[in-house]
Design a protein around this ligand. Structure first.
Ligand SMILES: Cc1cc2nc3c(=O)[nH]c(=O)nc-3n(C[C@H](O)[C@H](O)[C@H](O)COP(=O)(O)OP(=O)(O)OC[C@H]3O[C@@H](n4cnc5c(N)ncnc54)[C@H](O)[C@@H]3O)c2cc1C
Length: 118
């Protein structure tokens, strides 16, 4: 499958969610795709308190679906290969996501949040 978005964000951690939210605040009509395989979001700063036995670990875990801003297309997959020459990202499921080629100051933006093996 091949699909395109004006903006493609890889990773629905704090960086990805905040970026999607701020972009939609600036322009609610933006077509944003967010590639994120996990169904849970972890509020990592509180883990310091969990380690000190001063905070409940369960409170640091939230369903991803509750945090992804409405209007953002959640792509539940892993980004596997970046193909910048073709403005494309290939996912583990073999799908290809293109960043829209219509000219716009924001249309060719690829945002990478911290990516590490799960
Ligand atoms: C113990 C601890 C304490 C901290 N304390 C503070 C603090 O006090 N103040 C502060 O500002 N910061 C703190 N931080 C740092 C802060 O939590 C991180 O900087 C922040 O969470 C990073 O956000 P991120 O979105 O870049 O990465 P993450 O929140 O780690 O999210 C990365 C996301 O990318 C997804 N992903 C991974 N690989 C792929 C892939 N191939 N394709 C698609 N998605 C993928 C993951 O599933 C994940 O959802 C702390 C961190 C820790 C661990």
């Amino acid at each position: 499958m091949e699909k395109s978005h004006q903006i493609l964000i890889i990773g629905g951690g704090t960086a990805g969610i905040m970026t999607a939210s701020q972009l939609l605040k600036a322009n609610p009509k933006l077509d944003i795709g967010l590639i994120e395989p996990a169904n849970k979001h972890y509020y990592q700063p509180a883990w310091t308190l969990v380690g000190a036995n001063a905070y409940d670990y369960e409170k640091t875990v939230r369903p991803m679906k509750d945090l992804i801003p409405s209007g953002v297309s959640w792509i539940r997959d892993y980004a596997e290969t970046l193909d910048p020459e073709n403005n494309a990202v290939v996912t583990r499921n073999g799908n290809i996501y293109l960043i829209c080629s219509i000219w716009h100051p924001l249309s060719e933006l690829l945002i990478l949040s911290e990516i590490h093996p799960l």
